[in-house]
Write a protein that binds this ligand. Structure first.
Ligand code: SF4
Length: 375
């Protein structure tokens, strides 16, 4: 039988005016709604039942910076190919990277594999149940450690992602701006977290943030916790959470070199293991600096001397922390036989199946005049 969920105690007024809230009543209303309306997601167990830690971990790593819709086919592919963490640990890293291609933020894939190995070797193939031990594993940050502990082991751990942060800020009418308000929102979320059913509470908050308490226009009229919500009562829900103004995103520029061999093969090279797109394949390029290199400066960084001609247009790509414009130079009909230092020739037909990051796929599509698409 399902046990009743109990938050620690009643959450109370905060120093800067965040409102009183009856945590027990909030959680009761939230879980009643979740029992009826939980989203059906392939990595989830039904309400009241702890989920498989491998499924929770895999989905949480994939969902970082990525939408549920985009993750579902990748999750199915990984589970089909590597049904257990031990199977994933035994996989070749290149196969994992190739299966990940298109999901972006590739350091997650390397950490995923490293974490699987650590669980297989140091924990006999079983994910640890406590937050602190989870946190010590590669690629697992504080949010993910808390989410796994709560959802897979029903530990009283408080996970706060963007959705939960927004819901908590509104429930308590926290008007302090992010990111300074983060510790306080986490503390308020901890007051709400019940035990048992910490996992269901966490997923209910995720669902509420994703489906009802949306960033721009929350659907307060159908919200299961509306009667408790301080922001709704004050008519300020849409204005919360307050975010500190950001500076403009930096813009970087560079040139990429598309070397085409006489048989149609394309030269790619592997980026250094650390840093942005670490260890991924790339079309050789200049450093990405604050202004577009002129032809002379660009060609000084070409992988080898050749008849490089500039292509019309630029390739634009948006990373989390900066925008990038790349000019593309192309050299055709290069002789078969040589292997430029650091580079490998890839047959054109094989490119679609390689683990190539999105920005470089754009460069290839631009230079080859064909859509490579994502894996
Ligand atoms: Fe969000 Fe509105 Fe519900 Fe408050 S009442 S938690 S603002 S949807």
């Amino acid at each position: 039988m399902r046990r009743a969920a109990r938050p620690d105690r009643m959450a109370s007024a905060d120093d800067d005016g965040a409102r009183d809230i009856d945590a027990g009543a909030v959680v009761a209303d939230l879980l009643t709604w979740y029992d009826k309306s939980a989203r059906l997601l392939p990595w989830r167990s039904p309400p009241g039942i702890a989920a498989d830690p491998y499924h929770v971990w895999l989905s949480e790593i994939m969902l970082q910076q990525t939408t549920v819709k985009a993750v579902i086919p990748y999750y199915a592919k990984f589970l089909d190919r590597w049904p257990t963490v031990t199977a994933l640990a035994a996989a070749d890293i290149e196969a994992v990277m190739a299966a990940w291609a298109g999901l972006g933020y590739y350091s997650r894939a390397r950490n995923l594999h490293a974490c699987a190995k650590a669980v297989a070797e140091a924990h006999q193939g079983h994910f640890p149940a406590d937050e602190a031990t989870l946190l010590a594993l590669p690629g697992i940050g504080s949010y993910t450690a808390a989410a796994i502990a709560a959802i897979a082991f029903d530990a009283r751990a408080t996970a706060v992602d963007g959705n939960i942060e927004r819901v908590v800020a509104r429930l308590f009418a926290v008007e302090e701006a992010l990111p300074a308000a983060k510790p306080r929102i986490k503390a308020l979320a901890a007051r709400l977290t019940p035990h048992p059913r910490a996992g269901d509470y966490t997923q209910a908050m995720m669902d509420l943030g994703a489906s009802i308490c949306s960033p721009r226009s929350p659907s307060c009229l159908v919200c299961p916790v509306r009667r408790h919500c301080a922001a709704h009562a004050r008519g300020i829900a849409e204005t919360l959470p307050v975010k500190a103004k950001k500076g403009e995103k930096p813009h970087r520029f560079g040139a990429a070199f598309l070397a085409m061999r006489a048989d149609g093969a394309v030269l790619l090279r592997r980026r250094p293991p650390k840093g942005l797109l670490g260890g991924m394949l790339e079309v050789p390029s200049t450093v990405w600096g604050p202004s577009m290199p002129d032809r002379g400066a660009a060609l000084a960084d070409a992988p080898f001397p050749a008849k490089w001609h500039p292509l019309a247009g630029i390739v634009r790509h948006t990373f989390t922390h900066f925008d990038l414009d790349l000019a593309v130079y192309r050299a055709d009909g290069l002789p078969i036989g040589g292997q430029p230092p650091g580079g490998v020739w890839y047959p054109r037909a094989s490119l679609a199946a390689e683990a190539i990051p999105s920005v470089m796929r754009k460069v290839l599509s631009h230079g080859l005049g064909q859509e490579l698409g994502e894996e």
